[in-house]
Each structure stands twice: as structure tokens, then as C-alpha cells.
Design a protein around this ligand. Structure first.
Ligand code: NDP
Length: 276
């Protein structure tokens, strides 16, 4: 039995009811016998500065941050870790023992852990990677791939300016025109959809993954639906595919550890619970 003191954490957002985080963290609290709670806390943009201080005052050990606060919260914190600063977003806040608010980003960790679990043979240093998208999540993806030593990261985004901004931040990043289509896949070892295309209610990412060399890995960070059309096309063409739900689960692990003192595991039962 761990966690003799009752610990409180949660997720702030506006709206926040849709968040899967309470399901994940409460399952881990139960599994690991930690005395604590994790709730969804609606926080309107105008109340952000006041609410995050209030949570610390009433004894929260930390909280997750979801839309629309991931960037706006940064100047309101006492300090932000270098990784979150470079990614340009905070998704986790830890309240330190002396009551200060520390901002972190665990999306890069979640992305890479999911990829390593789903495609254990992938050699990051061997071939270029293609990332579709240059939004908030794509920045964490590019950060993670750059840190793994991917020799060239081809960023393909509808708004070319956002792709170019990433090339100025990451040595290995190159911006590709959205209309280049599947050309960017030639010779790549990995393709990642980090756009919102393919999400329930959105059109699909209309790129044929079959231009990838044999043995390449295809990952989609979209997790609703569990299998996007992009992944289904890749699987049908014989590539290893890695769905996005695992990223959501893995990104929650370091936050749980920081607040509750246990590094939790991701397994099929947790995936089924959250997908269900
Ligand atoms: P952002 O709004 O920051 O970025 C959206 C991205 O999608 C941009 O690159 C945007 O391009 C692109 N896009 C949107 N609509 C279109 C379109 N019609 N045609 C072409 N490109 C389009 O969102 P996030 O980065 O936060 O999230 C992106 C996706 O990642 C979402 O589906 C989200 O659910 C998922 N996600 C998954 C996580 C996980 O743990 N698995 C974690 C975080 C996010 P442009 O810049 O040109 O507008």
C-alpha cells in the first residue's frame, strides 16, 4: 500500500467533461492502491490565473492541462521545464513542496513510448521520418523524433509558415509543401499523422502510405476512431501500424508518477477500458 496521505489531482480545461484523463488516473489509483482522487475541473479562460493558485492552496499536488489552456498557462507558472518551453505547451503541472507551480510537457514521452511499444524494431537513426501536421501535438512529435536522432524530419503542413517555424527550432526538420502529397514518403522509415484529419467528424488524411519503403512504420496520433483510414490503408499495404490511443495513455504515466509516486503501466486492459 502506497500513499498514506490522501493526494488530489485533476485536469483543467474548458470544456473538460470529454477528457479521458479521469478514467485513466482513477484506474491507476485503484490498481496501485494509492489514496487519492483525480477529477475534471472546468476552468474558464478568464479564471485561469486565479484557479491554478487556488488548486495549489487547497492541497492539489498537481493537474493536467487541456484545451484551451496549454499555451496560455505558461506565463502564469513559477517555472516551466525546458522540454515544455521548446514544445511551446504545458500539459502537466506539478505543485512543488514549497507550493510553486512547475509546468511540464509529457506528450513527447507519450508519443515515443507508444511508438517503441508498438514497433519495437524501429531504428530511429536509420531513415527520415515524415510528420503530417505542425500544430501543438506535432511540435511534441518533432521534439521527440529529433531527440531520438532521426536524421531528417519532413514536416508536411497545410499552413507552410507553421512547418517552417519548426525547421527553425529543430536542426533535422525540413518543411514540405502540403500538395507534395505522397512524394515526401520516398525512403522514409516512419510516417506520423499529427494533424486532426481522420478524427471522428473530420475528413481523412488523403495520402497513400504505399509510397513508403517495405518495413516502414505508420503511426496516427488520432485516437478517436481507434483505427483511422490512414492506418487501415497502411495495414492493408503490409506496414507495421501504431494507433494513437497508446500515446494518450503513456503521456499520463510521468504525471501520475510525479503526483502519486508510482510509475504506472499501460496494458491491454487499460486500453480496452479507455477505448470502451
Ligand atoms: P492543432 O489544432 O494544434 O493542430 C491541428 C493540425 O491539423 C494542424 O497541423 C492543422 O494544419 C491540421 N489540420 C486541421 N484541419 C486540416 C485540414 N482540413 N486539412 C489539412 N490539415 C488540417 O491540434 P493538435 O495538434 O492539438 O491535435 C492534432 C490531433 O492530435 C488531434 O486529432 C488530437 O486529438 C490528436 N492528439 C492526440 C494525442 C494523443 O495522446 N494521442 C495528444 C494530442 C493531440 P494547419 O496548421 O494548416 O491549420
Amino acid at each position: 500500500m502506497t500513499g498514506a496521505i490522501f493526494k488530489k489531482a485533476g485536469v483543467i480545461g474548458w470544456p473538460v467533461e470529454h477528457s479521458k484523463s479521469p478514467l485513466i488516473h482513477n484506474e491507476w489509483l485503484r490498481r496501485y492502491g494509492v489514496k487519492g482522487s483525480y477529477g475534471a475541473i472546468p476552468v474558464a479562460p478568464d479564471d485561469l490565473g486565479r484557479e491554478i493558485r487556488r488548486l495549489a492552496e487547497i492541497g492539489f499536488c498537481g493537474f493536467n492541462v487541456t484545451l484551451p489552456h496549454k499555451r496560455a498557462i505558461m506565463p502564469l507558472l513559477d517555472f516551466v521545464r525546458a522540454e515544455a518551453e521548446k514544445i511551446g505547451a504545458v500539459n502537466t503541472v506539478v505543485v512543488t513542496q514549497d507550493g510553486r507551480l512547475e509546468g511540464r510537457n509529457t506528450d513527447a514521452f507519450g508519443f515515443i513510448e507508444n511508438l517503441k511499444a508498438g514497433a519495437p524494431g524501429l531504428d530511429f537513426k536509420k531513415a527520415p521520418a515524415v510528420v503530417f501536421g505542425a500544430g501543438g501535438a506535432a511540435r511534441a512529435v518533432v521534439y521527440a523524433l529529433d531527440r531520438e536522432g532521426v536524421p531528417e524530419i519532413r514536416i508536411v503542413n497545410r499552413d507552410m509558415k507553421k512547418a517552417q517555424e519548426l525547421t527553425s527550432l529543430f536542426r533535422s526538420a525540413r518543411a514540405y509543401d502540403w500538395h507534395a502529397g505522397a512524394d515526401c514518403l520516398d525512403g522514409a522509415g516512419l510516417a506520423v499523422n499529427a494533424t486532426s484529419l481522420g478524427m471522428a467528424g473530420m475528413e481523412d488524411l488523403d495520402v497513400d502510405p504505399a509510397r513508403l519503403p517495405p518495413g516502414a512504420v505508420v503511426n496516427d496520433i488520432v485516437y478517436v476512431p481507434a483505427q483511422t483510414q490512414f492506418l487501415r490503408r497502411a495495414a492493408a499495404a503490409g506496414y507495421t501500424t501504431v494507433p494513437g490511443l497508446g500515446m494518450l495513455l503513456h503521456q499520463a504515466r510521468p504525471a501520475f508518477q510525479a503526483w502519486f509516486g508510482v510509475m504506472p503501466d499501460v496494458d491491454d486492459a487499460l486500453k480496452a477500458l479507455v477505448a470502451g
